[in-house]
Write a protein that binds this ligand. Structure first.
Ligand SMILES: NC(=O)c1ccc[n+]([C@@H]2O[C@H](COP(=O)([O-])OP(=O)(O)OC[C@H]3O[C@@H](n4cnc5c(N)ncnc54)[C@H](O)[C@@H]3O)[C@@H](O)[C@H]2O)c1
Length: 247
């Protein structure tokens, strides 16, 4: 990614922030987007002059267009897009409200779809690009209280496949990363999170933000140019095992 320009959304903390850190470390430049001004300021301060901040809601069409224009004006290109911004709302299926449902779809789905459309228009004009969507293992397997979220994450995997048809002619690859249980500021709000998931995960620990960022770095690198439409699951083996009888 040396000298490339990347946009990472929802990058004020957690997985997105680590992706930005690794891009800068590898010699790229990054536009750090988040809806939260304080987190954007802290992150760009930490990352230094190869990063610039953009505060905006990635479910809002004006902000999406503004983000692409900002990257082009400030850095002159958009070579890489990591559509990472996503929200998780848990809830019982029978009680789940329309507003929460639409909120998930607006941020996780519509936001990613239209951000990709805007970014890909520029990438098409320059004849190259690399795009990664942040899916989830919940897009592959059913999990309690997560019907709406899981639908949105499964749909991103299908979007990546579909865009192979649209974007390959312009030398743009598009893939998904599907994390399992990852320790972030958000998941650490559950004090037992790391311990609980260490027990449930075949590799013996919960995932870290660098496990996910390492995978994104591979997918946006020159080494992955022939990989497109794929989803890489980063979950320490959790989603490939099935419960066994105790004895
Ligand atoms: N942490 C996990 O265990 C895990 C597992 C699977 C998938 N994921 C996915 O990875 C991505 C990042 O997850 P995380 O755990 O780092 O999340 P997080 O909640 O810690 O951070 C997400 C960031 O996105 C920002 N954000 C929220 N809505 C936004 C919007 N509309 N526009 C712009 N920014 C917005 C938040 O302010 C926050 O800083 C999400 O898409 C999530 O669904 C996370």
């Amino acid at each position: 990614v040396k000298d490339k320009v990347a946009i990472v959304t929802g990058a004020g903390q957690g997985i997105g922030k680590e992706i930005c850190r690794q891009i800068v470390e590898a010699g790229g430049r990054v536009v750090v987007n988040d809806i939260d001004q304080v987190l954007v300021d802290l992150t760009t301060k930490e990352l230094g002059s190869r990063s610039i901040g953009h505060v905006g809601d990635m479910s809002n069409m004006e902000h999406i267009e503004g983000l692409i224009n900002y990257a082009l004006n400030e850095f002159g290109s958009v070579d890489i897009l990591v559509a990472n911004a996503g929200i998780t709302l848990f809830g019982d299926f029978f009680e789940f409200g329309y507003e929460d449902f639409m909120k998930i779809m607006q941020v996780n789905l519509a936001g990613t779809f239209f951000l990709t459309q805007y970014a890909a228009k520029f990438m098409k004009s320059q004849g190259s690009g690399s795009i990664v969507f942040m899916s989830s293992v919940t897009g592959n397997q059913a999990h309690k209280q997560l019907a709406a979220y899981s639908m949105s994450k499964a749909a991103l995997q299908m979007l990546a496949k579909n865009l192979v048809i649209e974007l390959s002619p312009f030398n743009i690859n598009v893939n998904c990363v599907a994390p399992g249980a990852i320790v972030t500021e958000r998941t650490l709000m559950d004090q037992n999170y790391a311990e609980t998931w260490a027990e449930l995960t075949p590799m013996g620990r919960a995932g870290s933000v660098s496990d996910v960022a390492n995978t994104v770095m591979f997918l946006i690198s020159e080494n992955a140019r022939h990989i497109t439409g794929q989803t890489i699951i980063v979950d320490g083996g959790w989603s490939v095992v099935s419960p066994n009888p105790k004895n």
